[in-house]
Design a protein around this ligand. Structure first.
Ligand SMILES: Nc1ncnc2c1ncn2[C@@H]1O[C@H](COP(=O)(O)OP(=O)(O)O)[C@@H](O)[C@H]1O
Ligand SMILES: [Mg+2]
Length: 314
C-alpha cells in the first residue's frame, strides 16, 4: 500500500493516482483536511501487535501494510467551527501530535520524510548546504537591518540586485523582483521583516531540474528577449521550455545536495550563465512539475509514481 498525504483537488496528485492505477499499485489518499471531523484515526498498541487505520466515507483502510508514502500536500485539519479560539488551538495541537506521531509510526519509506521536507524548505539552509556541496550560489544577504541592506545593495550595484521572500503562499505570492529606485526608497521597511537580497545572476537560461530519486529531469526555460527580466513565471507564455542535459559534475552536486537535505523528491531552480556555469537558486521539496511536463513531454509523473512503487519494495 502506498499512502498519499494530499487531497483530491491537487492536480499533481490526480495525475499520480492515474499512473499508479495504470501500474496496478494500491494506494490510499490520506487527506488530513478531513481530520478529525470527517475521518477516523485508530492507532492501537499492545504487546501482541501494533495496528493503525483510517476510515473515511465508510471505507476503513489498515495502514500496517503501507510500505511507502508521499508527503505531497497535507491540508489544515478540519476543526469544529464552534470551538472557542483557545480550544481550537488546543484541538489543533492534539490533532497535530496524533498525526505527526502516525507519520513516524508508519513503517514506510517516504518521498519526502515530513521532517526533512519541513527543514529543507528553508532558503538560508538550502543556500548553506548548496555551498557546502560545491554548488555556485548568488551573493546573498538576508537581513532585517536597513543599513546592512543599503551597504550590500551599493556593493553589488554594478550588477543588479533582486529581492525575494522566504515563503510563497497562495495568499501572499510575490515573484522575485529587481530592486529599483522605488524599493531603494523603502529599504527602511526591512525592519518590519527580513528580506532576501541577491545579486542578479545574468543568465542565458533558467533551469528547472526535477529530482525523483536518483533521476534528474532537466528542463531549460528561455525567456523572451523582451520579457520580464527577473522571474520567468511572470510571462509563462513567452517562456520556451525544452529538455536539456546537465554536466556530470553538476548532477553529482545536485544529488549530493538532495542526499544531505534528506530529500527523495525536489524541484530545483538553477540558472545557466552564458559561460556554461550553473548557479543554484533553490529547491522546492514538494514543488510542482506539471508545468514542465506539459511543455517538454518529459515523463515526470510516471517517474514519481514508479519511484513511490520502488520505495515500497524491500
Ligand atoms: N539571483 C537571481 N538572479 C536572477 N534571477 C533570479 C534570481 N533569483 C531568482 N531569480 C528568478 O526568479 C525565479 C524565482 O526565484 P526563486 O529563487 O526560485 O524563488 P521562488 O520560486 O521561491 O519565488 C527564478 O526561477 C529565477 O527565474
Ligand atoms: Mg523557484
Amino acid at each position: 500500500l502506498i499512502v498519499l498525504v494530499s487531497h483530491s483537488d491537487d492536480e499533481h496528485t490526480r495525475r499520480v493516482i492515474a499512473e499508479l492505477e495504470r501500474l496496478g499499485a494500491t494506494f490510499f489518499l490520506l487527506d488530513t483536511g478531513a481530520f478529525p471531523a470527517r475521518s477516523s484515526l485508530r492507532m492501537s498498541f499492545s504487546r501482541e501487535r501494533v495496528e493503525h487505520s483510517m476510515s473515511v466515507g465508510g471505507r476503513d483502510v489498515g495502514l500496517s501494510s503501507a510500505r511507502s508514502a508521499w508527503w505531497r500536500r497535507p491540508q489544515p485539519y478540519q476543526l469544529d467551527g464552534a470551538l472557542a479560539q483557545d480550544m481550537r488551538d488546543f484541538a489543533h495541537g492534539e490533532c497535530h501530535e496524533a498525526m505527526a506521531g502516525l507519520w513516524g509510526a508508519l513503517d514506510v519509506a517516504w518521498m519526502n520524510p515530513p521532517g526533512a521536507d519541513e527543514r529543507a524548505h528553508h532558503k538560508p539552509y538550502q543556500l548553506a548546504v548548496a555551498r557546502a556541496v560545491g554548488l555556485d550560489v548568488p551573493r546573498t544577504l538576508i537581513t532585517n537591518d536597513p543599513e546592512a541592506a543599503r551597504e550590500f545593495a551599493s556593493a553589488v550595484a554594478p550588477t543588479r540586485l533582486v529581492y525575494k521572500t522566504f515563503l510563497a503562499t497562495e495568499r501572499h505570492w510575490r515573484e522575485t523582483r529587481i530592486l529599483g529606485p522605488q524599493e531603494w526608497a523603502l529599504l527602511d521597511r526591512v525592519r518590519l521583516a527580513p528580506v532576501i537580497f541577491q545579486e542578479f545572476v545574468d543568465a542565458e537560461a533558467d533551469l528547472r531540474v526535477t529530482a525523483v530519486g536518483e533521476t534528474l529531469v532537466a528542463a531549460q526555460i528561455a525567456s523572451s528577449a523582451h520579457g520580464y527580466l527577473a522571474d520567468y513565471r511572470m510571462d509563462m507564455d513567452a517562456a520556451r521550455f525544452s529538455p536539456t542535459e546537465l554536466p556530470d559534475s553538476t548532477r553529482t552536486k545536485l544529488l549530493e545536495l538532495m542526499a544531505r537535505l534528506g530529500l527523495v523528491y525536489g524541484a530545483i531552480d538553477l540558472r545557466r550563465r552564458s559561460d556554461g556555469s550553473y548557479v543554484f537558486l533553490e529547491v522546492n521539496p514538494a514543488g510542482e512539475w506539471l508545468f514542465v511536463e506539459e511543455r517538454t513531454g518529459q515523463l515526470i509523473t510516471r517517474a514519481v509514481a514508479e519511484c513511490l512503487v520502488a520505495l515500497g519494495r524491500p
